[in-house]
Write a protein that binds this ligand. Structure first.
Ligand SMILES: N[C@@H](CCC(=O)N[C@@H](CS)C(=O)NCC(=O)O)C(=O)O
Length: 219
């Protein structure tokens, strides 16, 4: 499998899950400004022009983060990265994946375009960042309540939605969204940040793009 990624983007979630699953994979970095990767034009991999994309052994390319996470989890069912014991618990895990994709991930993505391209997916302006905080905060507050008495979204063990939510929380941190009022969410974030698969993935990807330059000049 080949995972196409950009540092710290939503693609970090499948990256973490691939490591948790213990699957063999390689990484290809995509430049989101030029839409190029080491093999050429990224739009030839996916005309959707965004990461993540997962190229399977037979050459088929799967996109959409929430679906890629399911492909990875189902490739190693014995790791229980999505529930296999009952359809009902699987539906609840899918409920989380869909919630994170539509209510959190999408609300983080800025409509701003820098230089005509969506080079950077998080807002770089003070007003854009504030707008993101307003949209995302009530959703995070909801998750904080759910996490009361739970270590992970599905209970006691780490599953695919946790990888996805963790990345969203790194974005909250980058936007200086203070998580400290949400005690459950904060300890959840800190717990996952220490997992070896998470540390390794973040180290390999390196620092995400800076949000500083426009923020400082806009003041
Ligand atoms: N619907 C897609 C959205 C993916 C997405 O937002 N990718 C961002 C990075 S997190 C991206 O590559 N943006 C570049 C662009 O839109 O040009 C998914 O769920 O995977």
């Amino acid at each position: 499998m080949i995972l196409f990624y950009a540092a710290g983007a939503s693609s970090l979630a499948p990256h973490i899950l691939l490591r948790e699953a213990g699957l063999s994979f390689s990484l290809e970095k995509v430049d989101l400004i030029t839409k190029r990767w080491s093999g050429g034009d990224y739009n030839e991999i996916t005309p959707k022009s965004y990461v993540p994309a997962l190229k399977l052994e037979d050459g088929d390319v799967i996109t959409e983060c929430a679906v890629i996470l399911q492909v990875i989890a189902d490739s190693k069912p014995e790791q229980s990265l999505l529930p296999t014991q009952s359809l009902r618990s699987r539906y609840h895990a899918l409920e989380w994946l869909n919630y994170i994709a539509t209510e959190i991930h999408k609300n983080f993505i800025t409509p701003e375009r820098h230089g005509g391209v969506a080079a950077n997916f998080l807002s770089k302006t003070a007003s854009g960042q504030q707008a993101t905080r307003v949209l995302v905060s009530p959703r995070l507050a909801y998750i904080d309540r759910v996490l009361d008495g739970r270590n992970f979204l599905m209970g006691d063990s780490f599953t695919a939605p946790d990888a996805y939510l963790f990345v969203m929380l790194t974005w909250a941190e980058r936007l200086e969204l203070d998580l400290s009022p949400w005690r459950n969410l904060l300890s959840y974030f800190e717990r996952i940040a220490m997992m070896p698969s998470v540390c390794a993935s973040r180290k390999i990807e390196g620092p995400p793009h800076s949000l500083k330059e426009i923020k400082e000049s806009v003041g």
